[in-house]
Design a protein around this ligand. Structure first.
Ligand code: C2E
Length: 523
């Protein structure tokens, strides 16, 4: 499973890099092809504008066609325009005079006529083989000569580019370089721009805002592939490397987890676990009312492993229920006798999500209490927010525990993400305020305000509170003033062996008795 995951992690980034390379290539290629189409459109519009301006200038001059003044004006127009080769006058299908001078010249058959009264002569006899073909555009008795391919005379270093000028009216213009497909026009619809790929090209179609012309440009898909390959050559190795690093990390983590899991199994076999107990005090009086059982693992080489390290692995590897069983046996071994003579003292036990899958844990705790000769009130069960993953079964187990007289606390409250939602739906006895909130008391940090809200909320829900991780008298005073009932922390006692706990408990009991006796004597 882990190997499959690692393989997936190695393969995924290169695959994503390939997709990204393709995407970037398409963006770059379609931008490029659009630039070509823009260039064609700019030239087409420029030509149309210059023709129109020339015709208007001639008309507005009032000079008689072919008069010396009009010839002079035609030459000036010719010189001043970049796209026109010549302007002149037409009579009966021939240029009778023009800025070029020379004898009258037949224009040949008109190619077609636009709805605006413009006649296009596609192939005029003046065109010479080897030279750019000329075409004439006539309106009324005026005519302009242009190089037919000037609008598509766009420089490009991309092989196989197709460029063309089409007419929205569907007039078949011969202005095309490469395999321009008139069907591309349909993609435009009523819009002014379309960009797409067909089976062979990345295509850009741009419609003029000023004329009825449409510029098209297309770059072969092979060019897109070439660009995508070039980008992929940069991205894929980096992605592969990233995938390898993550896969390696996963494998190492899995190995560590596996070795930790194996070590936990052997620790269970070799009985390497023991419990420490940390006193829980009544805040108003300082009286020790209970203790939390905290599991420790002493490895064969003598090193101590804290629960923060091994409990998560035990939870993931489903060893946690076996570990909980070991905890119960250790508690029974350590505390049975003490609990039978101190029915008001409780031991708090930590349970994990897997322990709450069924009510078997309730039966197991009841057996332990019975065998001990203790009372259900001698036990408190602590459950963290992770324990409520399966809310319905957790609710059932909690209900059953409370029915038997075992009280239940929510541990590390506020460190999860959905606290309130399930807190309201569960019947609990205690709320343990997490150490992170206690640490913030008196610091002025924004989080320091949270503890006040938690206290108010717990009170409104009728929950008693145990504050965790109290290290200073100031923290204790703060919580005492706000009515928090119980507390736990280094200020009152670090986790210790049960023998030490009993010893210190007795010393405190003795001290209290001595104090009571003194008070009695004084009175
Ligand atoms: N800095 C500081 N720390 C304080 C102070 N007072 C208590 N602590 C530490 O805070 C933790 C309190 O336990 P927890 O919130 O139930 O958190 C426990 C509990 O969730 C889990 N755990 C411990 N034993 C068991 C067990 O038997 N079963 C399960 N499922 N989880 C356990 O491991 C967690 C860590 O336990 P520990 O390492 O023993 O760490 C303990 C305790 O040593 C203080 O004043 N200052």
């Amino acid at each position: 499973m882990t190997v499959l995951l690692a393989l997936g992690v190695v393969a995924l980034p290169p695959w994503l890099a390939l997709q990204e390379a393709r995407r970037q290539a398409y963006v770059a290629e379609s931008e490029q092809v659009r630039r070509y189409a823009m260039d064609v459109l700019r030239r087409t519009d420029g030509t149309a504008q210059q023709i129109d301006a020339a015709f208007r200038q001639l008309k507005q001059s009032g000079f008689a066609p072919c008069s010396a003044e009009s010839l002079d004006l035609m030459r000036q127009i010719d010189l001043g325009s970049s796209y026109l080769q010549a302007v002149g006058y037409v009579r009966e299908g021939s240029i009778v005079c023009s800025s070029m001078g020379g004898a009258p010249m037949a224009l040949g058959q008109p190619g077609y006529r636009t709805s605006a009264g413009v006649t296009i002569y596609q192939d005029i006899p003046l065109s010479r083989p080897g030279q750019l073909p000329l075409m004439a555009v006539g309106r009324d008795d005026q005519v302009a000569l242009i190089h037919r391919d000037l609008p598509i005379d766009v420089w490009t270093d991309v092989p196989g580019v197709a460029l063309g000028v089409l007419h929205v009216g569907g007039l078949g213009l011969p202005i095309a370089r490469g395999p321009v497909d008139p069907a591309w026009l349909q993609k435009l619809g009523t819009g002014f721009e379309a960009r797409f790929t067909d089976t062979r090209f990345v295509v850009s179609v741009l419609r003029s805002h000023k004329t009825q012309f449409v510029a098209v440009a297309a770059v072969p898909l092979a060019e897109l592939d070439r660009r995508a390959d070039a980008i992929a050559r940069r991205l894929v190795p980096a992605a592969l490397l990233a995938g390898l690093v993550v896969a390696l990390a996963i494998l190492m983590l899995a190995r560590r987890q596996l070795s930790m899991e194996a070590a936990l199994r052997s620790a269970l076999r070799r009985d390497e676990f023991f419990l420490c107990y940390q006193p829980i005090v009544r805040l108003q009086t300082g009286e020790w009312v209970g203790a939390e059982a905290l599991l420790r693992w002493r490895r064969a080489d003598g090193t101590l492993v804290g629960p923060d390290l091994f409990i998560p692995v035990a939870e993931q590897s489903k060893l946690i229920t076996r570990i909980t069983e070991r905890v119960l046996r250790l508690v029974a071994h350590d505390a049975c006798h003490f609990l039978t003579v101190h029915p008001d003292f409780h031991i708090a036990l930590n349970l994990s999500a897997d322990d709450l899958h069924s009510c078997a844990i309730v039966d197991r705790l009841c057996v332990m209490i019975r065998d001990c000769g203790a009372q259900p009130a001698n036990l408190i069960v602590e459950i963290t927010e992770r324990g409520f993953l399966n809310l319905s079964s957790a609710r059932e187990v909690i209900g059953s525990l409370r029915d038997k007289g075992i009280e239940v606390a929510i541990d590390d409250f506020g460190t999860g993400y959905s606290s309130l939602s399930y807190l309201e739906s569960l019947d609990l006895d205690f709320l343990k305020i997490d150490r992170s909130f206690i640490e913030a008391i008196g610091t002025g940090a924004p989080i320091s305000l949270v503890v006040g809200h938690i206290i108010a909320m717990a009170r409104s829900m009728g929950l008693r509170m145990i504050a965790e991780g109290i290290e200073s008298e100031a923290q204790a005073a703060f919580l005492r003033e706000r009515g928090v009932e119980y507390a736990q922390g280094f200020l009152f006692g670090r986790p210790m062996s049960f023998a030490e706990l009993v010893q210190r408990f007795k010393e405190r009991e003795h001290a209290a008795l001595v104090q009571q006796a003194r008070a009695g004597a004084d009175a």
